[in-house]
Design a protein around this ligand. Structure first.
Ligand code: NCD
Length: 318
């Protein structure tokens, strides 16, 4: 049973809870791959999207997930809403609740916004990425993809490389993959590594050299430089970053021969990933991640909008 009311982060997802989640996602992946792709499970429910930051994959995939489950989606564009007239987040929440929405999916540039909303919300809040903090559904879909491709996560070495400092994906993944028994390497130039990054888990190690991070890795996850934050200030030049931290097929020779190549998107081709990486064929699983994303978000919506309530709302906010 999934007893959490909200999905805010990965810090409290242990192996048993993740397994239950993956079983549900597996069910939806099979469902999506079948001809019939629309269920009535969430019929009559309305999910409100509050995206204060740009998004392609996360937003579309949450929307598809809700629709495949029979729910309606209302996309509230903050730029065209009263938030742009100075309405507070709390008032926005209270108004959405008063309209009897069933859940809110929120993305915001400020770390902690989903937690703030959750502390005051009577309906489930799903974090679709908050600032530099967490992006739980991305980590769940990444772990789900690795597990499907490799059978298990325990014992694997996963190198997460690039702009770790500004990446909520890196943070959520380090926490979740660590809890699932992977050895997590965080690999970045010194300017792009958060202080005390090792504190993200007992299996986390920190590396400043890409080749060192890649040695015998089972999975490599590349990240783009988050230029919309303070990206520009963190590096000498894009060309320098591409030369020292860009991944190409030659460099992959250091990793295990079956090492998977992942990226949460959007990819800045020619910077963190060379287009030549495509020559590695089905070891590049970037679009598998996207496919998994819909199934994982279906699992998240289903668990929060049905079973969480089914236990009489004994659910605990996390
Ligand atoms: C990531 C994000 O927004 O945190 N993208 C995503 O959700 N797939 C990573 C990024 O923007 O670089």
């Amino acid at each position: 049973m999934w007893t959490h009311k909200h999905l805010l982060g990965t810090a409290d997802i242990d192996a048993a809870r993740a397994e239950r989640f993956f079983a549900r996602a597996e069910h939806y992946l099979a469902f999506l791959r079948e001809g019939e792709r629309k269920s009535e499970e969430l019929r009559g429910k309305v999910v409100v999207h509050l995206f204060f930051e740009a998004s392609t994959r996360t937003r579309a995939s949450f929307e598809m997930a809700a629709k495949r489950l029979g729910a309606e989606v209302v996309n509230l564009n903050p730029k065209g809403s009263s938030v742009s007239k100075g309405e507070s987040l709390l008032d926005t929440l209270k108004n959405i609740e008063a309209m009897r929405a069933d859940a809110i999916v929120v993305r915001h540039s400020a770390s902690g916004v989903p937690h703030f909303l959750a502390s005051r919300s009577s309906i489930p809040i799903l974090n679709a990425g908050d600032g530099l903090h967490e992006h739980p559904t991305q980590a769940l879909l990444d772990a789900f993809t690795i597990r499907r491709k490799r059978g298990q996560i325990h014992g694997l070495t996963v190198a997460i490389c690039g702009d770790i400092l500004q990446s909520r994906v890196a943070r959520s993944n380090a926490l979740l993959l660590g809890a699932l028994g992977a050895k997590v390497r965080l690999v970045a130039p010194r300017t792009m590594m958060p202080p005390a990054a090792e504190a993200l888990g007992p299996t986390v190690t920190v590396h400043h050299d890409l080749d060192e991070g890649l040695r015998d890795a089972d999975v490599v996850m590349m990240l783009r430089i988050q230029n919309e934050r303070f990206g520009g200030a963190m590096m000498g030049s894009t060309r320098e970053f591409a030369r020292t931290f860009g991944l190409d097929p030659g460099r992959m020779g250091i990793a295990r021969p079956d090492c998977l190549i992942m990226h949460p998107g959007p990819v800045n081709w020619g910077v963190e990933l060379s287009t030549r990486i495509e020559s590695l064929g089905d070891r590049v699983v970037i679009l598998d991640q996207v496919e998994s994303g819909v199934a994982v978000r279906m699992a998240a919506l289903s668990l929060l909008l049905t079973s969480g309530r089914a236990v009489g709302d004994a659910a605990v906010a996390s």
